[in-house]
Design a protein around this ligand. Structure first.
Ligand SMILES: [Zn+2]
Length: 104
C-alpha cells in the first residue's frame, strides 16, 4: 500500500469521514472509492484535475446517500450526474459562486 496524502476529516450528516488520496494498485481499477463501513473516501492521486474533482464529488455524493440511509435506484448514475453538474456549475459561474460564499 502506498502512502496516503491530502488527508482531511469531512463531515457529512452525523458522521465524520476520512478523506485521503493515494496511488494504489487496488484503486487503479477505480478512480476512487467510498466505504461506509470505515467512513473512508479514497481518491487516486494521479488524476487529471477535472477528473479528480469530479471523482471527489462522486464519492462525496455516495457518502451523503450512505450517511442519510438512502440507496437510490441507479445510484452510480445519480452520483455521476450530480458530480458532473456540480463541477460544471462551480467552474462556469465564478461570479455567482463569490456571491454564494457570502452566505456560507
Ligand atoms: Zn460510484
Amino acid at each position: 500500500m502506498t502512502e496516503e496524502t491530502n488527508k482531511y476529516d469531512v463531515k457529512l450528516g452525523p458522521f465524520t469521514w476520512s478523506y485521503s488520496e493515494r496511488l494504489d494498485e487496488d484503486l487503479k481499477k477505480n478512480l476512487g472509492e467510498c466505504s461506509f463501513e470505515n467512513l473512508q473516501i479514497l481518491i487516486r492521486d494521479d488524476l487529471n484535475n477535472d477528473i479528480k474533482v469530479s471523482t471527489i464529488f462522486h464519492e462525496l455524493f455516495h457518502a451523503a446517500f450512505a450517511s442519510s440511509g438512502m440507496m437510490p435506484k441507479n445510484e452510480e448514475v445519480v452520483v455521476d450526474v450530480l458530480a458532473c453538474q456540480l463541477l460544471f456549475f462551480l467552474k462556469n459561474n465564478p461570479e455567482f459562486l463569490e456571491y454564494l460564499k457570502k452566505y456560507l
